[in-house]
Design a protein around this ligand. Structure first.
Ligand code: PLP
Length: 388
C-alpha cells in the first residue's frame, strides 16, 4: 500500500527516463508523451541546454534569500519585461501561487489608489486557477471545492461566453476580470479575439483590471509568447507557470507599472520564489523560445498537426466531434468516452490527458518533429478504428 495521500487517480505505470517527446517506462516500453507534465516540459524531456544550464548553476549556487539581490532573477525579469506588455515580474513556485499573487496585486492596487471597496474579481464557469483556497473558490468548480468551505469570498462567477452576464456582474466593488486566454482544464476552449477585446473594453470603461491566466496556454504554446497576443489587447496582470520552468517548479506574475504601485517592500514574498537554480532553468527556457523563428516554427507545426487531426476527424466523424486549440495546444472533443480513448492510446504507447467536456488534450513539446506528429496521428487513427 502506498504511503502517499490518495488524491490522484494514478495510472499504474512509472517512468525511469525521458528524452524529447518520449518517455521510457520501467519495463523499457517507449511512449510518445503528449502530456509533457501537463503542458509543463515545454521543451520536452531533458533538453540538452536545460540540462547543461541547471548543472552549471547547481555547482555555483542553489538558493539565497530574497533578502539579497539575485542577479539571475534580475536577468529573467528583464528578459520577460523587455519582450512582453509587463513592466515588473514577481517570481513564485507554481501556477496557483501566480494566480493568487495576481488577485492580491489587483486588490492592493485599488487599496493604494484610495478605492479599497474595489476588491472583487469576476471569474468564469469552467475556469481553473489552481488548488490553493482563493484560486479554488475563484474557479468555483464544485468538484474541487466540495468540503473545503467556508468559501473564500471576493469572486463573482458568470457563465463562460456570456458577455451580457459579465456586464451585469460589474458593480462598484469590482476590481477585475480574471480569465484564462484559453481554458485548459475546462475543455481546451479558446477565448475568441473579439471576446478578449470586449473584456478589455469593459475593463477600460469601468476602471477595472484584466487578469489573463496564461499558466497553461502561455510560453509559446500557441505560437506566440502569450496566447492573448493575437487579439491585440494588453492585459494588466498575467500569471504564468508550467512552461516557464520547463519541468522545474517555477511561476511568475507579470504586471504593468500602473498596477504595481501597491506592491511595496513587505507586501508579498516567497522563500523559494526566484531562487538561482529556478532562474537558471527559466533563463535557459527563454534562450530557446526567444531564438529567431522558434515561435514561427511552433505555428507551422501546429498547422501540420491540424491537417492530420482534421483528416482523422473527417474519417471518423462519430468518434471525434471537434478539433480545438491553437499551435501546439490541442484538444479533441470526443463523441466516445474520452477516458476509454485515452486508455486505447496508452495501449498504442501514446500518453494524453483529459479535460472537461469529454475532451482529450494533446501537448506535444514545442520541439516536436513532424515525424513525431505523424506518429501521433497514426496512433490516434488506430484508436479511432478500434472504437468504431
Ligand atoms: C495548472 C494551472 C494552474 C495551477 O498551477 P499549479 O502549478 O498546479 O499550481 C493555474 N491556472 C491554470 C490556467 C492552470 O492550467
Amino acid at each position: 500500500m502506498s504511503s502517499i495521500l490518495d488524491t490522484y487517480a494514478r495510472k499504474a505505470i512509472s517512468f525511469t527516463k525521458g528524452k524529447g517527446s518520449y518517455l521510457f517506462a520501467e519495463n523499457g516500453d517507449k511512449y510518445l508523451d503528449f502530456v509533457q507534465g501537463i503542458a509543463t516540459n515545454i521543451l520536452g524531456h531533458c533538453h540538452e541546454h536545460l540540462v547543461n544550464e541547471i548543472q552549471t548553476q547547481s555547482k555555483k549556487l542553489w538558493h539565497v534569500s530574497n533578502a539579497f539581490v539575485i542577479p539571475e532573477q534580475e536577468r529573467l525579469a528583464k528578459r520577460l519585461t523587455d519582450n512582453t506588455f509587463a513592466d515588473f515580474v514577481c517570481f513564485q513556485n507554481s501556477g496557483t501561487e501566480a494566480t493568487e499573487a495576481s488577485i492580491k496585486i489587483a486588490r492592493k492596487y485599488f487599496h493604494k489608489i484610495g478605492k479599497p471597496e474595489k476588491n472583487r474579481i469576476i471569474t468564469f464557469q469552467g475556469a481553473f486557477h489552481g488548488r490553493t483556497l482563493a484560486a479554488l473558490f475563484a474557479a468555483n468548480n464544485p468538484k474541487h471545492t466540495e468540503g473545503f468551505g467556508p468559501a473564500v469570498d471576493g469572486f463573482d462567477q458568470v457563465p463562460f461566453g456570456d458577455h451580457e452576464a459579465v456586464k451585469k456582474a460589474i458593480n462598484k466593488n469590482t476590481a477585475g476580470i480574471m480569465i484564462e486566454s484559453l481554458l485548459g482544464e475546462g475543455g481546451l476552449k479558446v477565448v475568441p479575439d473579439f471576446c478578449l477585446k470586449g473584456l478589455r473594453e469593459l475593463c477600460d470603461k469601468n476602471d477595472i483590471l484584466l487578469i489573463l491566466d496564461e499558466v497553461q496556454c502561455g510560453m509559446g504554446r500557441t505560437g506566440s509568447f502569450f496566447a492573448f497576443e493575437k487579439s491585440g489587447i494588453t492585459p494588466d496582470i498575467v500569471p504564468i507557470a508550467k512552461g516557464i520552468g520547463g519541468g522545474f517548479p517555477l511561476g511568475a506574475c507579470l504586471v504593468t507599472k500602473k498596477v504595481s504601485v501597491g506592491m511595496t517592500a513587505g507586501t508579498h514574498g516567497s522563500t523559494f520564489g526566484g531562487n538561482p537554480l529556478a532562474m537558471a532553468v527559466g533563463n535557459a527556457v527563454l534562450d530557446v523560445i526567444f531564438k529567431k523563428d522558434f515561435l514561427e516554427n511552433v505555428k507551422e507545426k501546429g498547422k501540420y498537426f491540424d491537417q492530420g487531426l482534421n483528416k482523422i476527424k473527417n474519417n471518423y466523424p462519430k468518434i471525434i466531434g471537434e478539433i480545438r486549440g491553437i499551435g501546439l495546444i490541442k484538444g479533441l472533443k470526443m463523441l466516445v468516452d474520452n477516458v476509454e480513448f485515452i486508455k486505447k492510446l496508452m495501449n498504442h504507447k501514446m500518453l494524453t490527458v483529459k479535460a472537461e467536456e469529454n475532451v482529450i488534450r494533446l501537448f506535444p513539446p514545442l520541439i516536436v518533429e513532424n515525424k513525431e506528429l505523424d506518429e501521433a496521428i497514426n496512433k490516434i487513427e488506430k484508436a479511432c478504428k478500434e472504437m468504431s
